[in-house]
Design a protein around this ligand. Structure first.
Ligand SMILES: Cc1cc2nc3c(=O)[nH]c(=O)nc-3n(C[C@H](O)[C@H](O)[C@H](O)COP(=O)(O)O)c2cc1C
Length: 160
């Protein structure tokens, strides 16, 4: 059976809910591994979080995360939109992981107002391509919809 990795960062739980639905959907075709990034040095202040994201800072993440993704056929990367971009923990992973070797990549994000949501995914897609991705697919879920499993499932099935 093909293998998929769903790797995500979630500060307040929304992206985690979407990642769980994605796991369920992918499990129809893949053996799915889930990995949640933890940011060990993330401040709790909204303003500081925004500034770190704007400055494209990387976060310190837990040590047991492997950056070797060579065993997977599909890799899904999820983040909340923070100040029009990905959260620093996702930037750490996406910058350090092994080459994507033409694998299928899904980038996804949850967001609030929607400002910067396309910019966030565009950058993740561009970095994925620069790291050797084959096909890059993407989807977005508004924060109020993240608890609606049916709706999230539809969003995912539209891009698969
Ligand atoms: C520091 C910070 C910055 C944010 N910046 C944006 C933004 O630029 N655009 C947007 O639409 N939502 C923004 N949001 C809202 C989050 O993207 C949204 O609440 C998301 O669902 C949170 O996901 P999580 O619960 O997985 O952490 C921001 C939230 C935080 C905490």
């Amino acid at each position: 059976m093909k293998k998929a990795l769903v790797l995500y960062y979630s500060y307040s739980g929304n992206t985690k809910k979407v990642a769980a639905v994605l796991q369920k959907v992918l499990a129809e075709k893949y053996q799915v591994n889930m990995l949640e990034l933890k940011a060990l040095d993330e401040p709790d202040s909204f303003v500081r979080q925004c500034l770190r994201s704007l400055k494209k800072k990387q976060a310190q993440i837990q040590e047991n995360i492997s950056f070797d993704v060579s065993e997977y056929d599909l890799i899904a990367l999820g983040t909340p939109v923070w100040a029009f971009g990905m959260a620093p923990a996702m930037r750490t992973f996406i910058n350090k992981c092994s080459d994507f070797q033409l694998k299928d990549i899904i980038v996804f994000a949850t967001y609030g107002s929607g400002v910067g949501k396309e910019k966030c995914l565009k950058e993740m897609a561009q970095i994925s391509i620069s790291r050797g991705a084959g096909v890059v697919k993407q989807f977005l879920v508004q924060q109020n919809d993240t608890a609606d499993e049916q709706r999230v499932t539809l969003c995912i099935k539209e891009i698969l």
